[in-house]
Ligand binder design. Structure first.
Ligand code: FE2
Ligand code: FE2
Length: 209
């Protein structure tokens, strides 16, 4: 964990090279605008709602890579396990942040509708254009890193409370018993940077055939 925290370049941005990359980037920028308009600086609520979305692509990608490996009767190169792990990691982000902020009734409705739309859209996208699907996740994770950095800025400026870290987070990231929300956000941000890099790499390797 510590190594990855130090090794990951948080400011890394993938420059779009193909029309597929540009579609992926535009899609993500549009989603970002909606999220910014809706949540503004309510970072706890933002984290809860968006982590319910973030935990979908890994599961869909894992499922479709599994089916592909069966269809072509060939090795998956470890992708299935890795994508399922990503989904589980995102679900742990959700279980952590729900200890910090409880979603409102409206947010719970958005979560339901969002899942219905996003799961289906991502499934079909991944089925026919897995490279673009991974690129979208890569760009989404770039935005997640930015959002969690802004969350940290709010905590550091004293505009957002910095309560003790939830027990589930201390256990999951092996944090110190006296860890606080700030430490959790740093750990989550490192996870997102890792997802960012792996999804861009997967898109690259699909592009390379
Ligand atoms: Fe996440
Ligand atoms: Fe992520």
């Amino acid at each position: 964990m510590t190594n990855r925290l130090q090794a990951t370049d948080l400011s890394l941005r993938h420059a779009p090279r193909t029309w597929g990359d540009r579609i992926a980037l535009r899609t993500v920028k549009l989603m970002r605008r909606f999220a910014d308009a809706f949540f503004s600086k309510r970072y706890g609520h933002r984290a809860v709602v968006l982590e319910t979305v973030a935990a979908v692509p890994g599961m869909v990608g894992g499922l479709l890579q599994h089916l592909k490996a069966l269809r072509h009767i060939r090795d998956d190169q470890g992708w299935i396990r890795e994508l399922l792990d990503e989904a589980e990691n995102e679900r742990m982000h959700l279980m952590t942040f729900v200890q910090i902020a409880q979603p409102t009734r409206l947010e719970r409705t958005i979560i339901l509708l969002g899942q219905a739309v996003f799961y289906n859209a991502y499934f079909w996208l991944y089925l026919f254009a897995p490279r673009i699907a991974h690129r979208i996740v890569g760009y989404l994770e770039e935005e997640a890193v930015v959002s969690y950095s802004q969350f940290l800025d709010e905590i550091d400026a004293g505009r957002t409370e910095n309560p003790p870290a939830p027990q589930i987070a201390i256990a999951y990231w092996h944090l110190a018993p006296e860890a606080r929300l700030r430490d959790v956000v740093i750990a989550v941000r490192a996870d997102e940077a890792g997802h960012r890099d792996r999804n861009h790499q997967m898109a690259d390797s699909l592009a390379a055939g």
